[in-house]
Structures are given as C-alpha cells and as structure tokens.
Design a protein around this ligand. Structure first.
Ligand SMILES: [Zn+2]
Length: 228
C-alpha cells in the first residue's frame, strides 16, 4: 500500500517536471528561431462582439486597447522591429457563423502567435474593479515563464516611472488567463489602467496619456531585449 503511494507520488512529480521543462524548452526554441526576424506580436485585446471592460460612461475597453496597441506598433517599428497586430480595427478573430466566437477568437490569437514565432507578444488590456478608487498599471506574465517574468518586470517598471504611479505595483504571475496559459513563447498582458476609476478612465482617452503608456511599453521591451 505504502509503496503504491510512493510510486504514484513519483509519477506525479515526473509529470510536473516534464511540464516545466517543455515550457522552458519551447521558450528557448522560439527565441532562437525568431532572433533574426525581430518580429513582435502586438495584441489589442477583445474587439467585435466582445467589448471587454465597460468603464465609466460606457467607455469600451476594446477601443482603448486598439488605440494604445497602434501607438506601441509605431514606436517599436521605429526601433526596427516588425510588428504583427492581431487586429487593426474593431473586429474579433472569429467567423460570423461560428457557435462560440469568444473561444475561436482566443484560439486564433494563439494560432497567429504560433505561426509568426515572435520574440515576444505584448497583449494590451484595460482593468476594472468594483472599488472605483483602484487605479494604476498592472503587468501579468505566465507564472512558470522565467523570461515572461523578466519582460513583465521591465514593462511594469517603465510604466510605474513614465506614468508617475503614486503606489507602484510589481508585475504579477498568473496561470489562469487563456493567452498566458495557451500561447507559445514569451507573452505579457499589460493592463494599462482601470476604466472604472474616473481619473484614469479620462486620462486613458487622451492621446498624450496613451502616448506615455505606449512609450513605457516600448522602453520596457527594449530594456528586456538589451539585457536578456
Ligand atoms: Zn481585457
């Protein structure tokens, strides 16, 4: 009986170990393959039937995401990177006649990343919270990704500096978000701010603030690629 239990434990440990190794291995391979091409995927979250967060005054997350994603694209292109956008207008990555548009949308974002083999993927989102006083940028990375954590820290630090955040957050590991879990290579989700905070929602609609956010993301990416 006891031996059985130990055998079972060993089997579980082996499986867990194999999972971590394969994720790290996949990261290394994708990095080497794409080093010359210098492709970065910029993902504007949500779109089409999926508005994302609905903020103050009916403000839609999908629109702010796209505006900031386009600015990030421009800045990174100036630095010599080839940018692949997951969307360039208000649309989702699904067929009109599919049964589950949301699932197909997420799968297609992952497929695009798999196909393009970018050095990294930056997914742009906006946050929400029941307490309207909560504000500030928050970057997420896949909990078991060492490189994702490094990239996440670079971007989070730059956002804290550029946006002069009064109570700066640190980057956060997450293993439940679909894109973090299912995408290949290095990916961070950048929650630029809270659309449920009146001040931040107003700022996030201005070109000047969007520009600052995009500049911070760009600097975070450059810092990461310079120090890897
Ligand atoms: Zn979102």
């Amino acid at each position: 009986m006891r031996k059985k239990a130990i055998e079972l434990l060993m089997a579980v440990l082996l499986l867990v170990g194999a999972f971590f190794l394969s994720k790290e291995g996949a990261e290394l391979v994708s990095k080497e393959l794409s080093q010359d091409a210098k492709v970065i995927v910029v993902d504007a979250g949500h779109g089409g039937i999926d508005p994302g967060v609905i903020g103050i005054g009916g403000l839609k997350e999908k629109d702010i995401n796209l505006q900031i994603a386009k600015k990030v694209k421009k800045k990174l292109e100036k630095e010599g990177y080839t940018i692949v956008m997951t969307r360039t207008k208000d649309e989702g990555l699904y067929d009109e006649n599919t049964n589950n548009k949301k699932v197909q949308d997420m799968q297609n974002r992952c497929n695009l990343i798999k196909e393009k083999k970018p050095v990294m993927t930056i997914s742009i989102h906006q946050n929400s919270y029941p307490d309207a006083s909560v504000c500030g940028p928050q970057v997420f990375y896949f909990t078991h990704s060492v490189e994702g954590a490094k990239l996440g820290k670079s971007i989070q630090d730059q956002l804290n500096t550029y946006l002069e955040v009064a109570r700066p957050r640190v980057e956060k590991g997450n293993s439940t978000y679909y894109l973090l879990k299912k995408s290949e290579g290095i990916l961070t989700i950048v929650e630029c701010g809270f659309l449920t905070n009146p001040d931040e929602a107003a700022k996030l609609q201005t070109k000047e603030y969007q520009d600052k956010v995009a500049e911070a993301v760009c600097q975070g990416v450059l810092e990461y690629l310079g120090n890897e």
